[in-house]
Design a protein around this ligand. Structure first.
Ligand code: FE2
Length: 250
């Protein structure tokens, strides 16, 4: 979707002189640990939807990163893309789709590919940019579906598309909250403080609470579950995103 919260977050970043590296980041290995409960894993794999496993990207992660940078020069957009990629990778593993992690991640990386150059035609220009690079139609549909009801008519159908729809806007709100914290990080953020900011409509006002609520509803999750999981997902990639952005500065 059109990331309408961008200006608010950008203001915060500008005031602090660019991307703020996280401080005192503990290891996140614990968050990525595989479940030690085989019964739980079985339930997860049974949850998998037909058609999911056959999804192919037709583009490597390296090619996708180059493609993204061909159309996106602003560090804010690159950081957002990397964050959503990391979040999608975490969700793929969390929800029992570890074998599709690459597909989920690259979709997250490319989801806003047309926004910087064509903000008024967001999700409308993405198919041609992606098709030109040989990206699969499955991935193109998934990218477009994140703007359903706002700038696209492709409805999120698969769980990965619903996760992208729900978490894209939410990552913006969570990062805005993180920047308000002394740590400038999600690592010490709790669901209750995010809930407070979610209810405060004046905070990051451009970040649509309606879209986030719709996203949770599509997934059949309580808001708390979406908040909790997405905070964990952002923690899992905060350090690697900061590191990648540092590299881009050089
Ligand atoms: Fe986005």
């Amino acid at each position: 979707m059109k990331p309408i919260w961008i200006n608010k977050v950008r203001e915060k970043q500008d005031k602090s002189g660019g991307i703020i590296p996280p401080t005192e980041i503990p290891t996140m290995k614990s968050l990525d640990k595989k479940s030690s409960n085989p019964a739980k894993d079985n339930i997860k794999s049974e949850k998998k939807e037909a058609g999911h496993a056959a999804k192919k990207s037709n583009i490597t992660r390296e090619q996708a990163w180059k493609l993204l940078k061909k159309y996106n020069k602003e560090s804010f957009h690159l950081q957002h893309a990397l964050t959503v990629e990391g979040v999608m990778r975490w969700y793929a593993k969390e929800l029992g789709y570890a074998d599709e992690e690459e597909f989920w991640g690259i979709t997250g990386l490319l989801h806003d590919i047309d926004f910087e150059l064509y903000p008024e035609e967001h999700c409308k220009r993405a198919p041609e940019l992606l098709r030109e690079a040989g990206v699969s139609e499955d991935m193109i549909y998934a990218v477009c579906s994140h703007g359903y009801g706002i700038c696209s008519e492709e409805e999120p159908r698969l769980e990965m598309e619903k996760v992208l729809f729900a978490s894209d806007e939410l990552t913006g709100l969570i990062w805005s909250c993180a920047l308000m914290r002394p740590s400038k990080s999600t690592m010490d953020m709790e669901v209750k403080s995010l809930k407070k900011k979610f209810k405060d409509k004046r905070f990051a006002a451009g970040c649509s609470r309606e879209i986030i609520s719709q996203g949770a509803e599509r997934l059949g999750w309580e808001m708390d579950e979406l908040f909790d999981k997405t905070i964990q997902a952002m923690r899992s990639c905060e350090a690697s995103v900061a590191e990648a952005m540092e590299k881009e500065k050089k």
